[in-house]
Design a protein around this ligand. Structure first.
Ligand SMILES: Cc1cc2nc3c(=O)[nH]c(=O)nc-3n(C[C@H](O)[C@H](O)[C@H](O)COP(=O)(O)O)c2cc1C
Length: 360
């Protein structure tokens, strides 16, 4: 049996295979209200029909000002929860598990989606004042404002409420977005965190907000449901965030209830060289897998079934996240099963006549 199609159990959640769809923003809440619609249903629904083990819904803001763009999804109110519920129900009907990536974009919020403009959305056009660990803007974006100590503490309950809402919507797992230069990464990295209060300075202090959030979410959702964390394993910059700090903070997160670490990289600053190429972030995930003793996911230019299988067989990575390859082909998992010689029980009944090998 191919490892890629072995089920995996994390806390009480049983996942039918090790192919996770990576969270991918759709920027498609056309009413700019954070409420998912038919696009999200069809987009996420087709990847469930495509055979994924688990689908991670896009970076979803815990508060309105945490959206990357005005078109991003949210989960701070009940209209949003109800709309997510319909999407989750369909994902479940296809046998996939559903996770949601909870996020706050911090100083990288309030920008245009690619096809609507460039850079920050001005206040008079529906943009907003962004907040961050400090008051230095992201290169090319509008000014940001440092959160007060009290505001940082208050954010913890916003994340916990979003987690509660995620449970109500029916999600099976929560991923905390602590990567790609968004708010939690802005706190973790010494490059963007120059604070002098208890949320800045030492590694312990820079990790405090994330640890408080994991603790609060675990208290809110109970013991059955998994918590994943997406980290950038490095800022690719000397004296920045790196893999050793990632490993240490992942260990602390595991102690307060996190279960799986999804290892990406970069995104905090511009002007660094990212060594992209097939599987370029896998070594980062392997290092976390070797050192933390918890399940780990690898992501980034993993496009072939045999490539994914080899990464899992090598030993320290437990699941594979597929991003853009699944945008090109929502049926990536079904095709991968065929390529690896796996007979799937969960080929959609409606598509039986299309099953490999083709009979007509
Ligand atoms: C359209 C698009 C939207 C994305 N949105 C998110 C997101 O919401 N959250 C996140 O953590 N990563 C996001 N990413 C990054 C992907 O999850 C993934 O890590 C990255 O594309 C590398 O994997 P790949 O080579 O398989 O695409 C996005 C990528 C794309 C292409």
């Amino acid at each position: 049996m191919a490892k890629l199609f072995e089920p995996i159990k994390i806390r009480d959640l049983e996942i039918r295979n090790r192919i996770f769809i990576s969270p991918m923003c759709q920027y498609s809440c056309e009413n700019q209200d954070g409420v998912v619609n038919e696009w999200h249903l069809v987009h996420l629904g087709s990847r469930a029909t495509g055979g994924a083990g688990l689908i991670i819904a896009e970076a979803t803001a815990v508060v309105p000002e945490g959206r990357i763009t005005p078109w991003c999804t949210g989960i701070w109110n009940f209209e949003q929860v109800a709309a997510w519920g319909r999407v989750v129900e369909f994902i479940h009907s296809q046998g996939s598990a559903a996770a949601i990536q909870l996020a706050h974009a911090g100083r990288k919020a309030s920008i245009y989606r690619d096809w609507s403009g460039k850079g920050s959305v001005p206040l008079e056009k529906g943009g907003w004042q962004t907040v961050s660990s400090g008051d230095v803007a992201f290169d090319g974006y509008a000014d940001t404002r440092a959160l007060s100590t009290e505001e940082v503490s208050e954010l913890v309950s916003d994340w916990a409420t979003a987690a509660k809402h995620s449970v109500i919507a029916g999600f099976d797992a929560i991923e905390i977005h602590a990567a790609h230069g968004y708010l939690l990464h802005q706190f973790l990295s010494p490059i963007t965190n120059q604070r002098t209060d208890q949320y800045g300075g030492s590694l312990e202090n820079r990790a405090r907000l994330l640890l408080e959030i994991v603790t609060a979410i675990r208290a809110e959702i109970g013991q059955q449901m998994p918590i994943f964390i997406r980290f950038s394993g490095t800022d690719y910059k000397e004296d920045g965030w790196d893999i050793e700090q990632t490993i240490q903070v992942a260990k602390w997160c595991a102690e307060v209830g996190a279960d799986l670490f999804d290892i990406s990289s970069g995104g905090l600053i511009t002007g660094v060289k990212i060594p992209s190429g097939p599987g370029y972030q896998v070594p980062l995930a392997e290092k976390v897998g070797e050192s933390v003793g918890q399940p780990v996911g690898a992501v980034g230019q993993i496009t072939e079934a045999s490539q994914a299988e080899a990464i899992l067989k090598a030993g320290t990575v437990d699941v594979i996240l597929i991003g853009r390859a699944a945008l090109r082909d929502p049926y990536w998992p079904l095709r991968a099963a065929n390529e690896l010689g796996v007979e799937l029980e969960y080929w959609p009944s409606q598509y039986t006549r299309g099953k490999y090998p083709s009979t007509n």
